[in-house]
Design a protein around this ligand. Sequence first.
Ligand code: TYM
Length: 336
Amino acid sequence: MGKQRVLSGIQPTGDLHLGNYLGAIRNWVEMQQDYEAFLFMADLHAITVPHDPSTLAASTYNVAATYLACGIDPAIACIFVQSHIPAHSELAWLLNCITPLNWLQDMVQFKEKAIKQGENVGAGLLNYPVLQAADILLYEPDKVPVGEDQKQHLELTRDIAARLNYQFGSDDHPVLKMPEPMIRAEGARVMSLTDGTKKMSKSDPSDLSRINLLDPPEEIQRKVKRCKTDSVRGLTFDDPDRPECTNLLTLYMILSNQTKAAVTAECTDMGWGQFKPLLADTVVAALQPIQEKYHAITSDAGYLESVLHQGKERAEAIANVTLAKVKAALGYSQPL
Ligand code: TYM
């Protein structure tokens, strides 16, 4: 039997941060040897909120460079740009026509983002999860490794696949393969540095709330120094009244490659004054090799272009087969 397949993507909006790394990219790096990995930049999703055309292409390339800098190996993983493959938009349309409107109106991320945009909510924001379902279902992955915040979108993807299979397939011949979400316990929900009850996010207006993967060492030191803590002495995991403490200890644990027991033993008697410099140095050391590799990759534009060209060829061949299968099931004729 061949390898199982995984697929995942990131929107090229804003700088990638520790949440994107620990919730998603780091897991992809660990899986790429054992699975056939399809990883993409979700640039069609990036225009569901107001965007700047002059930076879209560069941001997309920078996310690709970040994947490589974090350790994705283009010799084994397939890296591609969503908008380079028209099948994403086309399958999204077909799926839109079988998706009940109330499923989309109930999505938490839609409600949150719609509130932020006030009067100006585009239909794309509502239909966003249908495009995400198309992204996934086109590649027939076994697993979709993402952070906790994507769970609802993956459940919707499964609901849409089940509905299409029920309406247009049969039990013996489902049209679409059912994907499984893969959400790791550690790092699946990295919280904001300024509020331990909110997730770290690219769209938070305060840059102090997140550590970006490309932040220089002095910026990381400054952000950790200023991050929110509490006045309790001693540091412990899992106290519901100390969300910041759990978040910062978890970051330290993952980035220093230690177990929870080891970090608990090391930090239990520490005060913030002792812990913060330790955390800052750990983050700086973990990000330094990523940053060096990123700068090397972005200084050679031709290299990145060739990676993305190869990725497109490989991904598109698979996407087109699934699209043709869905169109046939829906009753479309083939062009002569
Ligand atoms: P995006 O770009 O918001 O996030 C990319 C990945 O990073 C994870 N993530 C986090 N993990 C832990 N803690 C956090 N604070 C944190 N913030 C973000 C996300 O869970 C995600 O795995 N809709 C998707 C992009 C997408 C996609 C897809 C993903 C489009 N099509 C198909 C998977 C499959 C999004 O906006 O992710």
